[in-house]
Structures are given as structure tokens and as C-alpha cells.
Ligand binder design. Structure first.
Ligand code: PMP
Length: 437
């Protein structure tokens, strides 16, 4: 292990600093399903980086496309100029989004995609003379990035604490109910009753004050919270009835994670906007996008008086040509290797069976899965927090995972094979025996 005293000068993202300093985990190289650390050890990447490396690491096709793009057109302003690769990428992307969500607004990250979607929602309400609709509704345990709009609509209390006042937002109750639903396969059954909370919120505030509802189809960072049967459809129905926009944040759910290009397709629900990032470039370069319903786009665009800017919003690196090249190459791989559907097929089935085989092991109180996302939830008899210790032990045993409290979140690259899944199950089995006997 190298001496990383210089880490004092390197601000790790999020709050990882302290834990990381105690046991630094330095990754030198990555390929396929595997990370290789500075001790030459091979670590199974069971979270596809940070839910993003969906086609696996080290894809040469993407590297080549990026190198070629830098040499052809490295950058140009997205404000007054355009480039073919941006248009080509947008055209290819919308073949995957639900019909009618054919307009793409590019950002550079998931957080920025969320901010963009929230601003587009407000611009749309204003453009059609409904400026009184300025409030948002999010969901408990929802995660929508770290910018001010995102933490406002996000429903993870620690992320919001100390940053107020935030945007005017209410939160729907989350849909995790381990007591009622532990180890059930498929989606929980109590969808309609949970969605009705939206009706109550809209009535409380008056729906003429609500611009949009934003939810992740499956909440990832909140601990892999699945939508109960009929829940998302019911949200759609209520939003439509009350003239409120519905935004799906698919930064994690998109690009094959749930067994289709988007959760919207898999659940057969059409939101008004979808936010995307992460897997959109296979995590290789930062890029985000908002897929916008055409009528929203047209309304915002047409609202400006002749010669004026219709919606001042955009980033220096919106539709960065090199990121677009990475994204196009990633899309080629997803399509040609059939990765987007894998989670809904045989390997998704194997994933479900394998995770559910952990049922009954000491310390494990729930497993849940959908497509190629999953969670193993632990609980210590004395109620102490065990997630961080489990994460450390997983790494020692050759697997990288993400702990959300005592929930171990799993989102492997979509190229995963049965042998990798077996390895994941073996490691959890060993940890259960070691820690909870
Ligand atoms: N939305 C969701 C659902 C996410 O999971 C994340 C990131 N984990 C974000 C937004 C923010 O994305 P980024 O970190 O790229 O800003």
C-alpha cells in the first residue's frame, strides 16, 4: 500500500473521507466485471461503479470512439453552435425513450439533469399562464442528486439538513415495508393504497399550486425501494387528472438496470419527463439528459416573444461532443449485445433465485430485486449499524458493494454471468455466518 498522506489535501466526494482514510481502497485498473486494486487483488464490481458501468469496464469500442472524437472535434460551444454527433446521439437516444418524449436536453450529470427537469417544469407552467404552480412533490427515500433543487425534492433527510430554506416541496411516503413484504418475490402488492397519498397531498395544497411530482421508478440510493404493483400507473393517473407533471428520475433505473431501456417502458407508464445520466455513457464520461414530452418543449419554446431567449438554461459542457461519442459507443454496445433486456430475461431470473436463496440466513432480514438491481438487508440483534462493517468485509472477500445503512445495494454490470452471481451469494453467506451466528 502506498503512503497516502497526501489524502489530507484531496477532498473525497460525499462523506467518505474518514472511513476511507482508515482503510484506503485504491483501484488501479478495471476490466469487465472486475476492479484491480493497488495490491494486485481482483475485486468483483457488484455495483457497476456507482450504478453506471452497465456494459462493464474497459470497453475498447468506447475508448476508441472517445479518442477519435477528441481528434476530430474536441469541443464547441453548445450555445450558438452545434455538432453532428450531438444530434446523432439525441436521435439514437429517443429511439429508447417512451413515444412522445422525443426532445433531449443535455446536461453533464444526474444532478444537473434533475435541476434542468425542475426548471423545465416551472418554465412550462409559466409559459401556459400557470405560474401559480410552483411547488413540487418528491418521495421519502428519493434521491435526486446534490444540488439545491435535487435535495429539495429528495427525501433523504440527512442530505437536506442544514441547507434550508429549500424549494417548496412535500414528500410522498416511501414504499418500503420490510415487515409486511420481507423476501417476497416480484413487486410489493400494496401499490394503489400507497399512491393515494398523492391525492391527499394535492388536495391539501390545491393542485393549482403543484408543478410536478418527481420519483425514481425504483429508488436506488434510498436502499433499493421497489414500486408496489400499480403504484406508478396510479401516480400517472392522479397527475393527469390534476394537471400536474410527472417526472421519472431514471439516472439509475435507465439503460438496462430494470430490464429495459427505461423503467417507464418496463412499467408501461409514460411520464412527462425522464432524467438520465450514469449508464448513458457507460459511466465513462460525465453526461446527463432530460427526455422531455414534445408538447412541453414546444410550449416553452413558443412562449418567448420574437427574438428573445425562450428558456435561459444550459451548461458549458451540455452535449459535450466527446461525451456524446462515448454515449453513442455505449449505446452501440447495449444494443448489439442485448444488454438492456438482460435483466428481464434468464439472467434476471437467476439473479432473483440466487438472492432469494439467502432467505433464512442469520442477520439477513430481506432481499429484494428487480431487473438487475437488488438489495440484501441486514439487521443486528442489538440494533447496531452493521452496513459499513459488511462493506469492508465484502471488499476483503473480493467484492465492491454499496451500503445504505444496513442495506447492501447491488447493481452489477449487465454483462454479469451466473458464476459472478454465485460468487456474490457465497460472500453474503460467509458474512452471515461470520457476523451473525
Ligand atoms: N438521481 C438519481 C436517481 C441518482 O441516483 C443520482 C446519483 N446517484 C443522481 C440523480 C445524481 O447524479 P450525479 O451524481 O451524476 O449528479
Amino acid at each position: 500500500m502506498k503512503n497516502y498522506q497526501s489524502m489530507d489535501h484531496f477532498w473525497m466526494p460525499f462523506t467518505a473521507n474518514r472511513a476511507f482514510k482508515e482503510s484506503p481502497r485504491i483501484i488501479e485498473r478495471a476490466e469487465g466485471m472486475w476492479l484491480f486494486n493497488d495490491e494486485g487483488r481482483q475485486i468483483l464490481d457488484a455495483t457497476a461503479g456507482l450504478w453506471c458501468v452497465n456494459a462493464g469496464h474497459g470497453r475498447k469500442q468506447i475508448a476508441d470512439a472517445v479518442a477519435a472524437q477528441i481528434q476530430t472535434l474536441d469541443y464547441t460551444s453548445p450555445f450558438n453552435l452545434g455538432h453532428d454527433i450531438g444530434f446523432e446521439f439525441a436521435e439514437r437516444l429517443v429511439k429508447h425513450s417512451p413515444q412522445g418524449l422525443d426532445r433531449v436536453f443535455f446536461s453533464c450529470s444526474g444532478s444537473e439533469a434533475v435541476e434542468s427537469a425542475l426548471k423545465i417544469a416551472l418554465a412550462y407552467q409559466n409559459a401556459r399562464g400557470k405560474g401559480g404552480k410552483y411547488r413540487f412533490i418528491g418521495r421519502e427515500k428519493g434521491y435526486h442528486g446534490v444540488n439545491f433543487g435535487g435535495i429539495s425534492v429528495g427525501g433523504l433527510t440527512p442530505n437536506r439538513k442544514g441547507f434550508g430554506p429549500l424549494l417548496p416541496v412535500d414528500h410522498l411516503p416511501h414504499t418500503l415495508d420490510v415487515e409486511r413484504n420481507a423476501f417476497s418475490k416480484g413487486l410489493p402488492e400494496f401499490g394503489i393504497e400507497r399512491a393515494e397519498a398523492l391525492e391527499n397531498l394535492l388536495q391539501f395544497h390545491g393542485s393549482d399550486s403543484i408543478a410536478a411530482v418527481i420519483v425514481e421508478p425504483v429508488s436506488g440510493a434510498g436502499g433499493v425501494v421497489l414500486p408496489p404493483v400499480g403504484y406508478l400507473k396510479k401516480l400517472r393517473e392522479i397527475c393527469t387528472r390534476h394537471d400536474v407533471l410527472l417526472i421519472f428520475d431514471e439516472v439509475i433505473c435507465g439503460w438496462g438496470r430494470l430490464g429495459d431501456s427505461f423503467g417507464a417502458n418496463r412499467f408501461d407508464v409514460q411520464p412527462d419527463m425522464i432524467t438520465s445520466a450514469k449508464g448513458i455513457t457507460n459511466g465513462v464520461l460525465p453526461l446527463g439528459a432530460v427526455f422531455v414530452r414534445n408538447e412541453i418543449y414546444d410550449t416553452v419554446l413558443n412562449a418567448a416573444p420574437e427574438g428573445q431567449v425562450e428558456f435561459f438554461h444550459g451548461y458549458t459542457y451540455s452535449a459535450h461532443p466527446v461525451a456524446c461519442a462515448a454515449g453513442l459507443a455505449a449505446l452501440d454496445i447495449y444494443e448489439s449485445e442485448g444488454l438492456l433486456e438482460r435483466g428481464a430475461g434468464e439472467i434476471g431470473q437467476y439473479w432473483e433465485e440466487a438472492l432469494h436463496s439467502l432467505k433464512g440466513l442469520p442477520g439477513i432480514v430481506d432481499v429484494r430485486n428487480f431487473g438487475l438491481i437488488g438489495a440484501v438487508q441486514f439487521a443486528a440483534a442489538d440494533g447496531s449499524l452493521v452496513g459499513p462493517t459488511i462493506m469492508k468485509r465484502c471488499y476483503e472477500l473480493g467484492m465492491s458493494i454499496r451500503a445504505v445503512g444496513d442495506i447492501i445495494a447491488l447493481s452489477p454490470p449487465l454483462i454479469i454471468e451466473k458464476s459472478h452471481i454465485d460468487q456474490i451469494v457465497d460472500i453474503f453467506t460467509q458474512i452471515s455466518k461470520e457476523m451473525f451466528r
